[in-house]
Design a protein around this ligand. Sequence first.
Ligand SMILES: N[C@@H](CCC(=O)N[C@@H](CS)C(=O)NCC(=O)O)C(=O)O
Length: 240
Amino acid sequence: MIKLYSFSPSMGVPCPSPFPIKLAVFMQLAGIDYEVVYENNPGKGPKGKIPFIEDQGQLIADSHLIIRHLRDTHIAAGKAHDPDAGLSEQRKAQTLLMQKMLDEHLYWAIVYARWVDPRFKADTGKLLFASMPPLVRNIVFALASRGIAKSLQAQGTGRHEQNEIYRMGCEDIDALATLLGEQDYLFGEQPHSIDAVAFSYVINLLDTPQDVELNRHAQAKENLQAYNRRMKERFYPDFL
Ligand SMILES: N[C@@H](CCC(=O)N[C@@H](CS)C(=O)NCC(=O)O)C(=O)O
């Protein structure tokens, strides 16, 4: 059985990182058996990041490449179902665009809110590393937040003003909510891989406790609230 290495649940969500949630939902949609292994040290992964999977002794990192691997092996061999079977090429292109907007853009605004915004930073340490003794937690948090602030600078988001970062993040949330509209799932009545990606962000925006502008913006959208509930009923009933 595939092992999915994920951060342990915290902040009220199954994982504070969207990427393991994306994979868990994708595998459920595809009918692939997996077990979640909690690993809070990204250094254990082959690329120094969470998530990664172990499939028949092979370690594979990166949620996009993992899904590619699952498609090329389990799905191609007919052992699992393609969640996007029957979708048009246009729908598949929209899936890729949505994934890139969320993983490469909105993601960084969320990272900024949690790790750099002075209103939430200290709280993030307490929420994420709740089980650690305060002294250890402070050291781990200081090291991690320094590294993340550097990444935000290098990636570019960290060079913007706070209001610019949140405004751009809210634009992404608007695009997601507009595409969803009144539908049950992003492409209609059934969930597809685009929903695995979208939900991993929606749950992190709606169900985490910090009162960030991004979270409030998403929480104000009734269709995202209903979507979050619908997806949790189907894929994460323990988090309803
Ligand atoms: N492109 C990767 C992104 C994974 C990622 O950024 N993981 C973060 C947590 S959200 C991480 O492990 N960061 C640790 C580090 O950079 O040291 C994917 O899709 O899996």
